[in-house]
Structure formats: C-alpha cells, structure tokens
Design a protein around this ligand. Sequence first.
Ligand code: TXA
Ligand code: MG
Length: 315
Amino acid sequence: MTRTLAPDDAGIAEAAGLLAAGELVAFPTETVYGLGGDARDDRAVAKIYEAKGRPSFNPLIVHLPDLDAVERIAEVGPKARTLAQAFWPGPLTLVLPLRDGAGISPLVTAGLGTVAVRVPAHPLAQQLLRAFGGPLAAPSANPSGRVSPTRAEHVLDGLTGRIAAVLDGGACAVGLESTIVLADPDPVLLRPGGVPVEALAAALGESLATGGDAGKPTSPGQLVSHYAPEAALRLDATEALEGEVLVGFGPVAGVLSLSRSGDLVEAAASLFQTLREADHLAGPKGRIAFAPVPERGLGRAINDRLRRAAAPRGP
Ligand code: TXA
Ligand code: MG
C-alpha cells in the first residue's frame, strides 16, 4: 500500500524516516512531483528505476537543499555558479562534474562523470531534504513515458502500490520540469523547462547552444516520445476536426484551455493536468488537438513537451 502523508511536521518526519530506511517517497517540488530515494543507496536507486519501469541508461537528477550541499558532491564552474546564484532555489538543473568520493550511487549518474543537480524551491521539498539530511535522487514521479504528475493524485494514479508513500503538497506552481543546462565551459541547453532560456542568457550575458533536442536524443532521457497521453495529439490546431477534443490557448477557445487569457505561466502550470483531462474526455483511441502556443519564454518548454506528446510512439 502507498500511504498519503500530510504536509506537516509529522508527515515530513515520516517521509524522512522511510527514505532513511531505503524506501521510496514521492514529494512535491515547484515543478512536478519527484520520486525520491537516497542517492547514495544503490538498492533505493534501483527501486526508482523498477517503480518507474524506466530504462536504466537514463540518469537521475540529485536534489539538495542549497549550493553548499551541491559543492560537496560536484564541481561548480564559474558559469554554473552564476546560474546557481541567479536561479536557485528554483526550477533549474545543472549538469556538473562529479567529485571523486562524492558517494553518489553510479546508478544515479548511469556511469557518467557528471551529475545533474537541482535545489528545489518548494518549502516541503526543502523541509524534506533538511529532515533527511542527504542527497535525494528524484525523477518525475510517473511511470516511464507517461505525463509528469503535478498533484499527489496523479502520483497515485501511476505508482500506487509501487512506492511507500507520497507527501501531499497539492498542485505544483510551475507545472513543467526544470530547465537542464550544462553551463561550463560553454553553456548548452539540454532541456527547456521552468526557467526560460531567455532568462538564462540574460544572467550569463551570452546565448546558449541547444543540445538534446526532440529530434535527436543526444542527452540521455530526451526520448522523442515522452509525456505521452493515451490519445493521439495534433498540434497548432485552430479548430477541432471531427471527433477531436480541442485544447485552446488565448483566442483559440476549446473544450478545455491552457490559458484563456493567453498567459504562459498559467499554461505551464496547467499543462499536464489539462493533458490528463483531455485524454479522459477523448476516451480510448481518442484524439486531442492543441491550439498554437507562442515559441517564447515558457512557451518553448510547453511546445517541447507537446511535441514529445505528439511524437509517434514506439511499440
Ligand atoms: O523538475 C524536474 O527536473 C523534476 C523534479 C522532480 O525535480 N525531475 C525530473 O527528473 O524531471 P527526470 O528524471 O524526469 O529528468 C531527468 C533528466 C533526464 O532527461 C536525464 O537524462 C537528465 O535529466 N540528466 C540527468 N543526469 C544527466 C547528466 N549527467 N547529463 C545529462 N543529462 C542528465
Ligand atoms: Mg520525467
């Protein structure tokens, strides 16, 4: 049975105790819910892969409470430091060289010499990290290839019975996963996300190269078909075709809408919940059409997720 823990001191203490015992606990971050396990414990990390049904070549993000804790496991270069100071705590993940003797399970890094680290801003994530007192490996708390969870109920939909507990913190404010960047020596955007690339470029005073785009899964885990609902998806739709559930944005009105006022922050926060609702409305073998979303700010990350959701599926 998977327990639902309340977002109070008792719930956090219980969650930290389960993690210390090598169990898995899903917890809220400002982006999406993470499926947490002790990043130093090979067995706990193996359980994460097993619970998600995730291919093990796909490395995980390590969550820590602050930059000092990050520096104990990874080398923070000059551009990484600039970004950390500007955006942590927050929805930014930095890929950094792993320190010798950092104690991180090689299953977390999939044997790479680098580690992806993030300092989440969500108060419950912060409290849990401090109560646990160690690094937490946490991919999004959904079965591999499915839509990321932005509510505790979504976590239970996909993983009930497969994890010890979920810490219930309600809906996630950002709603899209973190932006992943390799900062030094030359900055590369590996995944668009909750921090717009324009903001990163402004902080660095230079533009970022793009890697691991949807067409070329060069960065591990950037599988083209990801975040998939059951229904087939059509993008850039201005009206519904026969049998389609139209999801609007701004002036394009649909049965559902990412944001009726055309606000990208609201659209990001509601994206995964709306995908789930549209999937439910469309039914088995149904079809969903999405209105165009502008390719700027958070719109880039929204379009990245929609393109993956629309990509042809493997068997
Ligand atoms: O917002 C988020 O980032 C959420 C919350 C829970 O923090 N986590 C999340 O984790 O989205 P996950 O496991 O679903 O995505 C991890 C991504 C993958 O695309 C993986 O390939 C990439 O991070 N990654 C991890 N380690 C890496 C590394 N050393 N080099 C390049 N990419 C890496
Ligand atoms: Mg994920």
